[in-house]
Design a protein around this ligand. Structure first.
Ligand SMILES: NC(=O)c1ccc[n+]([C@@H]2O[C@H](COP(=O)([O-])OP(=O)(O)OC[C@H]3O[C@@H](n4cnc5c(N)ncnc54)[C@H](O)[C@@H]3O)[C@@H](O)[C@H]2O)c1
Ligand SMILES: O=c1[nH]cnc2c1ncn2[C@@H]1O[C@H](CO)[C@@H](O)[C@H]1O
Ligand SMILES: N[C@@H](CCS)C(=O)O
Length: 436
């Protein structure tokens, strides 16, 4: 069935190395998965460049890399990049709702060990994390730190083989920082999220666009003229607020950090306490990485028809239990939309079960390929960095050289040339004596 597909230059050309240990929903979806993988490859030039380099230099020969990332075509392309470098790759999802079953079938067909399917229950979610750990990885790539936690708590015997791990997202880095402070972290950790080429683009422009892509695709509703409350004005919040405003929404920001609140105000948004903001909201989007951002009485003051979406962390930012408690009926009214009827008769809509909407909604495609090109280039080079350096236990930022290499490659792929400092300019910048 698969043999007449032209795989292109950068993926395996046959299914001979089809990883039989994979657990995916349906291998008959592999053709479609491979078509989607090939599409994103066209839009991930930096990762494709790295893949070619890896094919030549084989930095991961004899190495096993296990990942816990959102499983969709761009992530599979990261897996193929690591595979091109000689690694045995085992992948599972980092969210029970974000896996694309065609992409995982495609990945398995192309020789990656794939574990996971969309709508896993909690037991299956952790079972597939353990399936990846069974491959005894030398390097781990995590998103949200669930796999690293399982490694430290339940699979301690594997710790000594792990040379290091990479973490994809802000909340994962916070969790791992906390773990290190408690003396519980036993491996070196590269906070890939903290690379400039990651958070400045992925968290901001990626989340900005993909959050609205998913919300609009899920609801088929207009943004223009609506009041949109953005909870959290970090990198994701800035991106979400910019796009909300660009689509014609009236944006209100809520924050707990005085500097970020001030920044939001001077960026032109209204800023107020969440208890006040919810009264005006047509749509609320949480992007804080925190728990109970919308909870308790907040639901009482919402207007009839208010929609709730989280694009931050797990399913804890919006307290679903509190909303259920105040409701007399919950009904699935459309794919990824639940309608809660409150005791006083209002309808409140929760998207994608309160999980990050840009990935967990049925229509969620995640960030654009050009954005994940940067994030996954940072992952691929960080994995190589771990292997080539004897890192100490702790959480470090990816080195600046790596960031500049990625930015340079991206600019080149975009046909953009920039200036460089002249010798005189360098001297001037280094000199403290030259004045007016
Ligand atoms: N959906 C995605 O694809 C995606 C992409 C990147 C990051 N993330 C996740 O999104 C979350 C935010 O990431 P970030 O990089 O913007 O983090 P960040 O640290 O830059 O920003 C978070 C902001 O939320 C604020 N905040 C915390 N608690 C709050 C509360 N109760 N009410 C209002 N504001 C509050 C903080 O003060 C901070 O300014 C994280 O969980 C991150 O892992 C999701
Ligand atoms: O399309 C995607 N594929 C894989 N990962 C993604 C995609 N979109 C966003 N993220 C990643 O998900 C993390 C939060 O869990 C973010 O940090 C982002 O890098
Ligand atoms: N993997 C987690 C981390 C997001 S911050 C999630 O999907 O919610």
């Amino acid at each position: 069935m698969f043999n007449n597909i032209n795989y292109g230059d950068h993926v395996s050309k046959s299914y001979e190395n089809y990883a039989t240990s994979s657990k995916v929903k349906d291998m008959s979806l592999a053709d479609e998965g491979i078509r989607k993988i090939k599409w994103v490859q066209k839009h991930m030039p930096v990762l494709e460049h790295i893949k070619k380099e890896f094919e030549r230099t084989k930095p991961f020969e004899g190495i096993t890399i296990g990942s816990c990332l959102h499983l969709e075509p761009k992530t599979i392309n990261l897996g193929l990049t690591l595979q091109a470098g000689g690694a045995e790759v085992a992948m599972t999802g980092c969210n029970p709702l974000s896996t694309h079953d065609d992409a995982t079938a495609g990945g398995a067909a192309l020789g990656l060990n794939m574990y996971g399917w969309r709508e896993e229950n909690e037991e299956e979610y952790y079972e597939t994390i353990n399936d990846v750990l069974d491959h005894k990885p030398d390097i781990i790539i995590d998103d949200g730190a669930d796999m690293i936690l399982v490694l430290h708590q339940e699979r301690k015997e594997l710790l000594k083989k792990v040379k290091g791990a990479c973490e994809e997202t802000t909340t994962g880095v916070h969790r791992l920082d906390a773990m290190h402070k408690d003396g519980a972290l036993k491996i070196p950790l590269v906070a890939v999220n903290d690379a400039y080429t990651k958070y400045l683009f992925d968290n901001r422009y990626g989340t900005g666009q993909s959050t609205f892509d998913a919300i609009m695709g899920t609801t088929n509703m207009l943004i223009a003229g609506k009041t949109i409350v953005v909870c959290g004005y970090g990198w994701c919040g800035r991106g979400v607020a910019t796009r909300a405003s660009g689509l014609g929404g009236n944006v209100i920001v809520t924050e707990v950090d005085a500097i970020r609140a001030l920044e939001a105000k001077m960026d032109g948004y209204r800023v107020m306490k969440v208890t006040e903001a919810v009264k005006y909201a047509d749509l609320i989007i949480t992007v804080t990485g925190n728990i109970n951002v919308i909870s308790g009485d907040d639901f009482k003051y919402m207007k009839d028809g208010c929609m709730l979406a989280n694009s931050g962390h797990f399913n804890v930012e919006i307290n679903r239990g509190d909303l259920e408690h105040q409701s007399i009926a919950v009904e699935q009214v459309r794919e990824s939309i639940e309608q809660f009827t409150t005791k006083d008769g209002r309808k409140i809509y929760l998207l994608a079960d309160g999980r990050l909407v840009n990935l967990a909604a049925e229509r969620g495609q995640g960030h654009p390929a050009e954005i994940m090109d940067l994030s996954f280039a940072a992952q691929a080079l960080s994995a190589k960095y771990i292997l080539e350096n004897d890192l100490e236990v702790g959480v470090i930022k990816a080195p600046d050289e790596l960031d500049y290499e990625i930015a340079g490659l991206k600019l080149k792929a975009m046909n953009i040339e920039i200036d460089s400092l002249s010798i005189r300019q360098k001297e001037y910048l280094d000199d403290w004596q030259e004045g007016t």
